[in-house]
Design a protein around this ligand. Structure first.
Ligand SMILES: C[S@@+](CC[C@H](N)C(=O)[O-])C[C@H]1O[C@@H](n2cnc3c(N)ncnc32)[C@H](O)[C@@H]1O
Length: 275
């Protein structure tokens, strides 16, 4: 498989970060990993496992649920969902190296029967009708170019009455030219729509009862605290990872904080029901 364009994002250039984190707490390559320990390192979205707890409650995920996690990263949310509820999860991830790390971590957590890793593009992957009780996603959908097609693809394998639950980005106002450049180059933001267009795309794909919960104020605070904490811990981060990685992360966190504080980028939790 050729490298997807999203690899241009510096954030995704270093997939082994999680192994450095694990070694820093005494878990060496190949060791078994308690999922509770891993959960502090493998959630690539805001508010870590708390955000996943919210999804469990909102989407009614339980031991008998089958869930699709779109843009699974290294599988953090998928493993936590399965660990917390006993559900089965298909963790779909575009980037092969992230998918492989996810599979390795899942094996080492002893969770391979509950979390199935699949490398593929959400716009292309085909699942049978009526497969999933819920489709969930954290900070992935804004990467994907065609939201009309995307939400239809996500609706098709959901059971009737099944829930779509996603945390995503949207636009509050017209982006400046430099914000647009930053969005494209730093965030690989291909689909950052207004609230109205977002909801219309979801509804046109056959979803109803669309809830659009604006998280912007909270995420603004989150990203501000995150960059300050990173700067304060720069030395120890450099030791665990590398000075180059610490700098890459600093540039990324700075950029995201600047975009949120610019007032045109928003964050949202979307929930909708099929049918
Ligand atoms: C910010 S990361 C979040 C990862 C994970 N959801 C989490 O919260 O830990 C977004 C992920 O979406 C994946 N992604 C982007 N476009 C995708 C697509 N078309 N199909 C599947 N995954 C995609 C990226 O490769 C990346 O790993």
């Amino acid at each position: 498989m050729s490298e997807p364009a999203i690899k241009s994002m510096n954030l995704y250039s270093e997939v082994n970060r999680v192994y450095n984190d694990l070694r820093s707490v005494g878990i060496n390559d190949g060791d078994a990993i308690p999922v509770e320990v891993l959960s502090q390192f493998d959630q690539y979205h805001y508010h870590g496992t708390k955000a996943v707890d919210q999804a469990i409650a909102e989407a009614g995920i339980n031991t008998s649920s089958t869930v699709l996690d779109v843009g699974a990263g290294i599988g953090g949310p998928a493993r936590y969902l399965a660990h917390k509820t006993g559900c089965k999860v298909v963790a779909l991830e575009l980037q092969e190296d992230l998918n492989q790390v996810g599979q390795d971590l899942t094996n080492r957590c002893g969770m391979a029967e509950h979390v199935q890793h699949l490398c593929g593009d959400a716009l292309q992957e085909v699942f049978a009708d009526d497969t999933f009780d819920a489709v969930v996603s954290w900070l992935c959908l804004y990467h994907i170019p065609d939201h009309k097609k995307l939400f239809s693809k996500l609706s098709q394998p959901l059971k009737s009455g099944g829930v779509l639950y996603a945390e995503d980005l949207f636009s509050l106002g017209e982006f400046t030219r430099s914000e647009r450049h930053e969005l494209e180059t730093m965030l690989f933001g291909n689909s950052v729509h207004s609230r109205e267009n977002y909801i219309a795309n979801v509804e046109q794909a056959g979803f109803s009862s669309v809830q659009f919960d604006d998280q912007t104020d909270d995420w603004c605070q989150f990203v501000d605290i995150r960059i300050k904490a990173h700067v304060a811990n720069f030395e120890s981060y450099s030791q665990i990872h590398s000075p180059e990685m610490a700098e890459t992360i600093k540039i990324f966190y700075d950029s995201v904080s600047g975009l949120f504080n610019g007032g045109n980028l928003g964050g949202v939790r979307v929930k909708a029901v099929k049918g």
